[in-house]
Design a protein around this ligand. Structure first.
Ligand SMILES: N[C@@H](CCC(=O)N[C@@H](CS)C(=O)NCC(=O)O)C(=O)O
Length: 267
């Protein structure tokens, strides 16, 4: 039996749920509340020393890192295949999946600057500090501190938007050759980015690709049309949370779009 430690709206956990849904694999879910700090509990950190989700447990085997978990799932349950059959195809796919952590960091930047910041600025400074002071990685901790202080005006945000622009530009080029990032077949390369787009959409920021990258916009519509999108992504986002994301993000939409346009000029 597969057990997945995950969180409802966490984009990295959603990446793995999409793979599980595409393969029709059953799993036992253990939901963590990241806002309450379940990820920092010593029992969980024995499984995942980085104090993040997801973690997959397969019998007595513990696997961390969503990109690696996705390849593991494709190996233990090869049908339908989510990797190209040939070595060169898999190498090309991994050029996409290798970028996932780098782009995830940008997603985390935007979510922290837009939503987490709005949530935490209403709380006393000690409570705000508590949200990030247990993060094991000192760079990540410092990033949180700066984003809570400066929000969208932080240079970390400009860097995140520039990462998106480069990704969209490369995707736009690749999608001239077929409906999916590796051509005709839907693969782990596509899966790796879907929940990131969903998060940006939930933060009212879909305009940053819709306005400039039409093939990317069509690709995302195709991803949303797959049953796995509803099962693994929207099916886990509580309505109140989605409404909260919209409420907090809508007033910042123009600012995000202007900052993205600026990032396009320097990328
Ligand atoms: N590279 C890791 C990143 C995992 C990650 O950062 N997960 C986030 C949620 S998407 C998390 O658990 N954050 C914990 C926190 O916010 O303290 C992966 O792909 O599994």
């Amino acid at each position: 039996m597969l057990t997945l430690y995950h969180a409802d709206t966490a984009v990295c956990a959603a990446k793995v749920r999409v793979t599980l849904a595409e393969k029709g694999l059953k799993f036992e879910g253990r939901l963590l509340d990241l806002h309450k700090g379940d990820q920092f509990q010593p029992e969980y950190r024995k499984l995942n020393p980085n104090a993040v989700v997801p973690t997959l447990v397969d019998g007595d085997r513990v696997i961390t890192e969503s990109t690696i978990i996705n390849e593991y799932l494709d190996e233990i349950a090869p049908t339908p295949p989510l990797r190209p059959a040939d070595a060169f195809g898999r190498a090309r796919m991994r050029l996409w999946t290798k970028r996932e952590d780098y782009i995830h960091d940008a997603i985390n930047t935007m979510t922290t600057a837009i939503v987490f910041r709005a949530d935490l600025m209403t709380k006393p400074p000690e409570e705000r500090r508590k949200r990030y002071e247990n993060i094991p990685d000192p760079n990540k901790r410092e990033k949180w501190r700066q984003l809570l202080e400066h929000g969208l005006d932080s240079p970390i945000v400009a860097d995140a938007l520039s990462r998106f622009n480069k990704l969209f530009r490369d995707m736009e080029k690749a999608l001239a050759n077929g409906p999916w990032l590796c051509g005709d077949a839907f693969t782990l390369a596509d899966i790796g980015f879907i929940s990131f787009f969903s998060r940006m959409g939930a933060m009212e920021s879909a305009g940053i690709w819709r306005a400039h990258y039409p093939r990317v916009a069509d690709w995302y519509e195709r991803c949303k049309a797959r049953p796995s999108f509803g099962i693994a992504i929207t099916g886990y986002i509580p309505e109140a949370r989605a409404a909260h994301f919209t409420r907090v993000s809508a007033p910042l939409r123009t600012k995000v779009e202007a900052a993205f346009a600026q990032a396009m000029t320097i990328a």
